[in-house]
Design a protein around this ligand. Structure first.
Ligand SMILES: Nc1nc2c(ncn2[C@@H]2O[C@H](COP(=O)(O)OP(=O)(O)O)[C@@H](O)[C@H]2O)c(=O)[nH]1
Ligand SMILES: [Mg+2]
Length: 283
């Protein structure tokens, strides 16, 4: 498979500079990852970047992940002493606000000792497509609000009132995804954290189907009305094309269209609620 290259060292350096600058202004970090990929959708450099700033980890898109797997991940992170919460679009507003504000108590108390009473300040951080803008808009209560998150957009920081006691930086901190690890890079492509133009959809869909036939075959078999559980590789993709009637002139299967369909339907949760990695997968 082609390597999905959409981040260059220059991009990463710029994102890092921007982040370091923003960190000075905040009391806490709201890190978002994708509940389907709690390992691969995090940036391993974040620990050293945030340098001890209090942090809550939100496992977003829990509606797309397997509930028992999400519970296992929460227990895993809690056991590490990490504040964490599973969330999905448009839900748990109070829970999120409470978890963030709890992290900022020490920092606000320090301000108070200097005679300053102020709301807590936090920023949302994560790799592309985990739901940063969606969360900021939700907490800000303005669905029409457009959030900028291209790396390198420099301007004066704007604050949004999420509640009387919490302000959010309106620009999410964009982290580069973990692309040096081929397994993580491939899984990030499954969830569209890496753009499709830079990967080969045929090979990507085959790799995804390969994983799904191990961890969640039922969703695939039911969705495409397949009888043969042993189908793998191109034969499986062909059966899916056949089910959907994706034919080219001359009667050949339109594998590209089938591959795009599988990826789209997986991303939309139509193959079931699937978590691609578990805590014990960590090597
Ligand atoms: N199913 C589902 N989709 C979500 C959720 N949160 C965000 N999304 C979708 O994920 C995509 C990326 O969200 P966005 O906020 O733009 O991500 P960002 O790149 O991190 O800012 C959008 O299509 C959102 O509608 C969620 O909790 N569940
Ligand atoms: Mg965004």
């Amino acid at each position: 498979m082609q390597q999905p290259i959409s981040w260059y060292p220059g991009h990463m350096a710029k994102a890092k500079r921007l982040l370091t600058d923003q960190l000075k202004r905040i009391d806490a970090v709201i890190e978002i990852c994708d509940a389907r990929l709690p390992l691969s959708s995090r940036n391993p450099e974040l620990d050293s970047l945030v340098r001890g700033k209090p942090r809550v980890l939100l496992l977003n898109k829990m509606d797309l992940a397997r509930p028992e797997a999400t519970q296992a991940w929460l227990q895993h992170f809690e056991a590490q002493g990490q504040s964490c919460l599973a969330i999905e679009m448009g839900k748990r507003r109070q829970g999120i606000l409470k978890a963030v504000v709890a992290l900022t108590e020490a920092s606000l108390a320090r301000s108070l000792r200097k005679g300053i009473t102020r709301p807590a300040r936090a920023m949302v951080l994560g790799v592309p497509n985990v739901g940063k803008s969606t969360l900021i808009n939700y907490l800000a209560g303005r669905s029409a609000f457009k959030v900028q998150d291209r790396p390198g957009v420099t301007r004066a920081p704007q604050w949004i009132n999420a509640s009387p006691s919490l302000q959010l930086l309106d620009t999410p901190g964009l982290l580069w995804p973990k692309l040096d690890d081929p397994v993580a890079a491939r899984r990030l492509s499954y969830i569209a954290a890496v753009r499709d133009e830079v990967v080969d959809v045929y090979h990507l869909a085959l790799a995804l189907l390969d994983e799904l036939m191990v961890i969640a075959p039922q969703g695939v078999l039911e969705r495409y009305k397949l009888q043969d559980e042993a189908l793998r590789g191109q034969a499986l993709l062909e059966a899916i094309c056949k089910n959907r009637g994706f034919l080219l002139r001359g009667g050949q299967m339109d594998l590209e269209r089938g591959a795009t369909c599988v990826l789209d339907e997986f991303r939309a949760g139509l193959l079931g609620r699937i978590t691609l990695e578990m805590p014990h997968d960590q090597g």
